[in-house]
Structures are given as C-alpha cells and as structure tokens.
Write a protein that binds this ligand. Sequence first.
Ligand code: BG6
Length: 488
Amino acid sequence: MPSITVEPCTFALFGALGDLALRKLFPALYQLDGAGLLHDDTRILALAREAGSEQQHLSFIEKELRKYVGQELDEAVAQRFLARLTYLHVDFLKTDDYVALAEQVSAEQSLIAYFATPAAVYGAICENLSKVGLAENTRVVLEKPIGSDLESSRKVNDAVAQFFPENRTYRIDHYLGKETVQNLIALRFANSLFETQWNQNYISHVEITVAEQVGIEGRWGYFDKAGQLRDMIQNHLLQLLCLIAMDPPADLSADSIRDEKVKVLKALAPISPEGLTTQVVRGQYIAGYSAGKPVPGYLDEENSNTQSDTETFVALRADIRNWRWAGVPFYLRTGKRMPQKLSQIVIHFKEPSHYIFAPEQRLQISNKLIIRLQPDEGISLRVMTKEQGLDKGMQLRSGPLQLNFSDTYRSARIPDAYERLLLEVMRGNQNLFVRKDEIEAAWKWCDQLIAGWKKSGDAPKPYAAGSWGPMSSIALITRDGRSWYGDI
Ligand code: BG6
C-alpha cells in the first residue's frame, strides 16, 4: 500500500493525441494507477482538436499506451486505467467547446488542466476555462517551452496569471522530476560531510553534461526555431546548476527552495562580448556515425532548411557571483548526436593544501563526486588510495566509492520523471515546479547570449555526429588547465 494519499481529481489533458501525451503522460498516469496512487474516483479527460469518434481515439490511445509501457504492462491495471478515460473533441480557441468539458467536471473534485499544447494557446485555454466557470480551484500545468525569450515568456505567464494565481500554476521542467535530481537535495542537505565542503574553499570547478545520442528525430520544425540553448540550457541545465549551487533552504517548502534557486540565477555573471568567443561554444552536427551507423548532418535531416545556423550543441563556462562560488567555474555542455546518452554532474574538489606524494602524481590528486542522472543512476565518489602490493610503494590511484541506485535499492523501479511530477500536481505540491521569476531570470541570462550571437553573426562550429562536440569545446576547458571528466 502506498504511504501517501492522493485526493480524487479530474485530470484534463489538452493535446491528448500529441507526442508528449502519448509517449510520456498516459504511461505516467498508468504507472501511478498501478502503484495505487490514483484515487478510485479520479477521471481523465483526453482533449484534442481531432474530429472522429470517441471510440476511435480511445482505441488509438490504448494502442500507444501498450506500445510505450511495453512488456511490463499489467492487463488488470490497464483495464482499470482505460476505464477512467473519456475523449472530448475540443477546439481550444472556442468557448462553446468548453461547455461540454464543464459538464464532465464534478464540483466535488479539483480540476487539473494539463497543457501539452503550444504555449501560444495557454492564454486562450485559461480564458475559456474561466468563462465556463472552471477556473476556481483548478491547477494548471504548463509544459515547456514557455516563450522563446524573456519578453515572450512574460506574455505567456501574464496571460495565464490573469486567470490563475501562481500557487495554482505548475510549470514543468521534467528534469526536476528525475529521481537522481531530487536526490541532489538529499545528498547535499542530509549529509553534513558534503555540505561543509560545498563552497569555493574546497571545490575547484563543476561540470554538468547532458548529452543525447539522438538527433532531431522529426522535430526539426520546432527545434530549428529554438536551438540547444533555448531547448536545454535555459531550463534543464540551469535548473541542475541551481540545485548544485543554491544555499541551503530554510525548509523543504516550494517557496523556500525556489527563493534559493532564483538567487543563483540572478547571481550568474553576464557573459561579455569577449567571453562569447572564449567562454561559449556553439556547434552544429554534420554527418557522422551513431551507434556504428552512418547518420546525416543536421542540415540534411528530413524537412531541414539547408541554410540554418541553429546550434545543436552548446558548451559554456558560467560564473556565479557570490561568496560561496567566487572563482569556481561551472562548465555546462549539452548536445544532440553525441556518442552516448549521458547526463552527469561532476564536482571536482580542490587538491590537498599541502602535497607530500610523488610530484608526477600531483595532477590526479583531487576527489571527484560524480552524480549520474541517466542512464545507470547513481553517485560515485572518487577517492585516492594506495595501490595494493608489496612492490607498489606509495603509488596512488583513484578509485570509486559507489552507490548504484538500481543495485542498492533492488526492489524499486526508477520512476519516470513525469510520474513524480503528475503525482506532485495531484498532491498540490509545487516544489518540483518552476516559479515565474525563475523562468524569467533564466531567460534574461540566456537572452544576452542569444543577442551576442546574433550580433557577431558567427556560424556554429561543425562537429561530426557521434563526437563530443567541436574541438573548441575542449579548448574552452583546457584553457583553464582542466579537462572534461575523463571516462566519457
Ligand atoms: C526536452 C527537449 O525538454 O528534453 C528535448 O525538448 C530533449 O530536445 C529532452 O531531447 C531530453 O530529455 P531526457 O529526459 O531524455 O534527457
């Protein structure tokens, strides 16, 4: 039996036939049902613009659910879950269509309205919900991207805020729902061992890598307008940076955590025009190999514009202007068509202050805390020990103290990020969601980079698909006498 209780709700999913809903949201809701975390009375309204019979759309959703849950699908859970579903044809811009929706929502339950639609229609959906009397007690969930810069994100947020207050607005960054990301908070604040060392006295630098093996996979139209900075750095990587860099919050409440994250975002040093060439690298993949197979370059992908100068890779050095992190660079790197899927944070500790070992071993001597977000979720601390053996003398080697989550907690399945996030919306807990001022501070910092790129007119640097990015991303870190963590 689950140790938490979840109130019944009506879950209205706008954009129910879209890729995100089919690939992530229905499977996540199904898993919650399987774990006993959907109340018996919870109902799910699948809302989409597509005409056609309800039966036809529900059968399609069922087929996709079976595909994405795969072999582990439990027939009894699937039947119970599918029985909760109703399909409604709704043109999101037409108020009349919301009348039928309102008839489906019980006054005794709270409504959760999840917008898996383009952000351009969030305002209209909110207005229509309000017009048919569905704004009271409703929580709205907003998918990313919310805008493409500070100004456009403000417009979206302001349009939503006319009808829904901040404490009922849940902005998704699915990285915050990943188990290991939440573990960052436990690791930092439940282990005095780390927290006492977590500052510029002991840490020399931090690396955050979010690499993807996939290319653009049929999303060219969306991606080309965004690029890797807007698609990944503005949200996922900056959120990871915040969780690593923030000061201890007073408690675990949503606002205490988010207050600390905003302080970090506001303390990010702007990148100067010179910094744009020494501190930031943009790349775009050209043809190469992925998992041993030849793959096309970004400009040769289906539906591409062969003149595009959108970046598919970004590496940069960020500096945080505060007492804790003065002089500690944060190196961020993310790209498509990298050699493997890997999300990892490496905290590099400083060398011991007085050195007594052989001079040629000096470079290796520093502890590293490696937090692996995916795949093979786990935490490993590289510590220095003596080589074993009579013939070895005081030869040092770096070895891991390792915690692999799936081996250590063998019984527990690692839930998908969306399962956690949907559960927290149902529980009314906002601490894994992004507040308006966080989004705005992140956009503000990214906007100056985008403006700088635009002004310089420099094209992104090419890198072969299947490589770790342009050579200049290696120079970015070696210039500071460092290298990207070696085993990748
Ligand atoms: C999404 C981006 O937010 O995150 C995608 O829009 C990216 O481009 C995806 O592929 C990566 O998520 P994950 O969980 O697979 O690392």
